[in-house]
Write a protein that binds this ligand. Structure first.
Ligand SMILES: *Cc1c(COP(=O)(O)O)cnc(C)c1O
Length: 609
């Protein structure tokens, strides 16, 4: 049975049971059940479901493995984590992270002024705030304000000019000085498609010479006691653990050297993010070569070893993992609107009293196809189709005959694929690929899976129901933007097979998984499709509760958000209808009502699905 690689990417968060995909937690509701309940309130289009228990699970996993490593290595420092806001700043997510992380004092990381303001308003005073990225005097002053307000805040400097500004602000104001961290420019580079954050040519961090200068500046300004942290981040979705180990050795030795140079308050090493998520659905290619166990053990062991060798006490460890913490919490459910080749349905066959002999033969082949004869019959059918096309070109058969032939041959191929699905021949596999089905999904790749569009990042995708039957159609997915890049094509190396569902009569929903990190914040309003309707789903022992429904922006608000005057647009459309002639007053008022309703809905399609 095809499980769509669930055993690879799902981390036991989901299971397949009774043909549906279910949450593997407490009352174990199925995604279909949840989607249907939401849709019973006349909600159409894509749904973004958030599951806070999956954030809790990741936080707990991260902490428990680090606690274990600390115990096993007799490590003396503590473990602390902050969530980097750039990964997802949406309110329901940030609230879920701070709520689920409360007992660990989970903090927030900010990389811009707006994120810092968010961190200052959402981080409990007992938790940490870290600040990275490029900063001006205003942003640094905000850090002073946060410290003055009682936050445990560390500002990591990316360059000496930032340190000079901090010193200047400290001199001219009496606000509390925040803790200061130094981002080190590593000699070793990161790995994966996001590797630019590390290495000699990295965008961020101080060189050794600059670090020495920074210590002198701090000493001079009497602020050396504010230097508490060494920071690095080698890039996101680290596929290989080797570069991390190199980075740890480098940063650990810098830490120990600085302690020896008199930086007595230095107490922590922040290893940034980069912990990878498994997005792959196929056995061949896995996204990372290490487990969380190996990751945490390596960090703790290496830091302990370096410090012991240099006789320096063990630093507290900070991480800023984002992707690992939140990727799994969100699932995008998209209705399939259409299967493009569904016109080849048996019920559309329309035979005449007397049909051309080759058509009659195709009918027989279709009727008598069995497991034993299907390859032979398939060859006959393909042969007949070629002949029938020639006959059509020469004018011997008509369009109705040709349509019947196409439907019959399609059916014969489909039946043969089905009969041989457990061990298809090479030829059948080729046919399957050639006869790709295009599934139109009610969603925008640009809005909901931007890393697919921009970086070719694969996300696990599978139907959330029909899982008792073997999917046979080689599938490519088309979104509803009118951009040909809004397509997830069929890849024979990593094939996706979906079901042959009659969309006129039945629903067919696809779930995209692990979409909780970066996708929402990078998502763009191409074609003016906006962030989909989102729901937070809390699973309980007996069922589930849906909370925090945030509706997708309506059409008028989308237009307003890019600068249009929505009243002007509404009034213009209304007055055009009012001024129109040839319709009754009743029709006019009905049309106006309709228009207003449409403009107050979101822009996704509202056809059957
Ligand atoms: C982006 C970023 C992170 C988060 O990285 P993940 O791969 O999502 O864990 C952490 N720290 C810094 C400085 C970052 O820029």
């Amino acid at each position: 049975m095809n499980n769509f690689g669930l055993n690879i990417w799902a981390n036991k968060n989901f299971i397949i049971e009774d043909g549906e995909i279910k949450l593997n937690y407490k009352s174990m509701p199925s995604l279909l059940e949840i989607a249907n309940e939401i849709r019973s309130n006349n909600v159409k289009g894509p749904l973004l479901l958030r599951f806070p228990h999956l954030i809790k699970r990741q936080i707990k996993t991260l902490y428990s493995y680090f606690y274990k490593a600390i115990e096993e290595n007799n490590y003396k420092g503590s473990f602390n984590a902050v969530f980097p806001l750039k990964v997802n700043q949406f309110p329901s997510l940030v609230n879920a992270v701070t709520t689920q992380g409360k007992k660990y004092n989970y903090g927030l990381e900010a990389g811009s002024k707006a994120e810092l303001i968010l961190a200052m308003s959402k981080t409990p005073k007992s938790a940490n705030i870290t600040v990275n990225g490029f900063k001006d005097e205003e942003m640094l002053t905000l850090g002073f304000i946060a410290a003055q307000s009682g936050h445990k805040i560390t500002i990591t400097i990316e360059g000496l000019n930032e340190l000079e500004t901090i010193i200047a602000v400290a001199e001219k104001s009496s606000l509390r000085v925040p803790n200061i961290g130094i981002r080190v420019r590593l000699h070793s580079a990161g790995s994966g498609i996001w590797a630019k954050s590390g290495g000699m040519d990295a965008k961020f961090g101080l060189t050794s010479t600059e670090i020495i200068e920074a210590i002198a500046l701090l000493k001079n300004a009497n602020l050396l006691d504010k230097l508490t942290m060494i920071h690095f981040h080698i890039g996101s979705q680290m596929s290989d653990i080797a570069p991390l180990k190199k980075a740890l050795r480098e940063a650990g030795n810098i830490y120990a050297e600085l302690k020896k140079m008199g930086a007595e308050s230095l107490s922590s090493i922040n290893i940034g993010g980069g912990l990878a998520v498994e997005y792959d659905q196929h056995e061949k290619a896995h996204a990372r070569n290490y487990s969380i166990d190996e990751f945490s053990s390596s960090v703790v062991f290496l830091l302990g070893e370096i410090m012991d060798a240099k006789n320096v006490s063990h630093p507290d460890i900070f991480t800023e993992s984002g992707r690992f913490i939140v990727a799994s919490h969100a699932v995008l459910i998209t209705p399939v609107l259409e299967l493009f080749s569904q016109d080849y349905q048996e019920k559309l066959l329309n035979f005449k009293e007397s049909n051309p002999p080759l058509i009659e033969e195709l009918r027989e082949l279709n009727k008598l196809l069995t497991n034993a004869n299907c390859i032979e019959y398939l060859h006959d059918a393909l042969d007949h189709m070629e002949s029938l096309f020639t006959l059509f070109d020469l004018g011997y058969i008509d369009l109705q005959d040709r349509s019947n032939a196409e439907i019959l041959v399609h059916n014969i191929i489909k039946k043969a694929l089905y009969l041989k699905s457990s061990n298809p021949t090479n030829e059948l596999e080729q046919l399957q690929i050639k006869l790709q089905e295009r599934y139109l999904i009610n969603a925008s790749v640009f809005q909901s899976l931007p890393d697919y569009w921009g970086l070719g990042q694969h996300f696990p995708v599978m139907p959330i129901h029909y899982l008792n039957t073997t999917p046979l159609r080689a599938a490519s997915l088309w979104d509803i933007t009118c951009d040909s890049d809004g397509e997830i094509g069929f890849n024979p190396e990593k094939p996706l097979y979906l079901h042959d569902v009659n969309i006129d009569e039945n629903d067919y929903f696809l779930g995209f998984f692990n979409v909780g990190a970066y996708q929402e914040t990078l998502g763009m309003q191409h074609n003016l499709f906006t962030h989909p309707n989102e729901y937070t789903v809390n699973i309980t022992d007996t069922g589930y509760e849906i909370t925090n429904h945030i509706e997708s922006k309506n059409i008028l608000d989308i237009l307003a958000s890019i600068g249009y005057d929505k009243d002007e647009i509404l009034n213009k459309l209304k007055s055009d209808v009012e001024k129109s002639t040839f319709i009754t007053e009743k029709e006019k008022s009905d049309t106006l009502t309709k228009l207003e309703t449409f403009l107050n809905q979101n822009g996704y399609l509202r056809t059957t699905n």
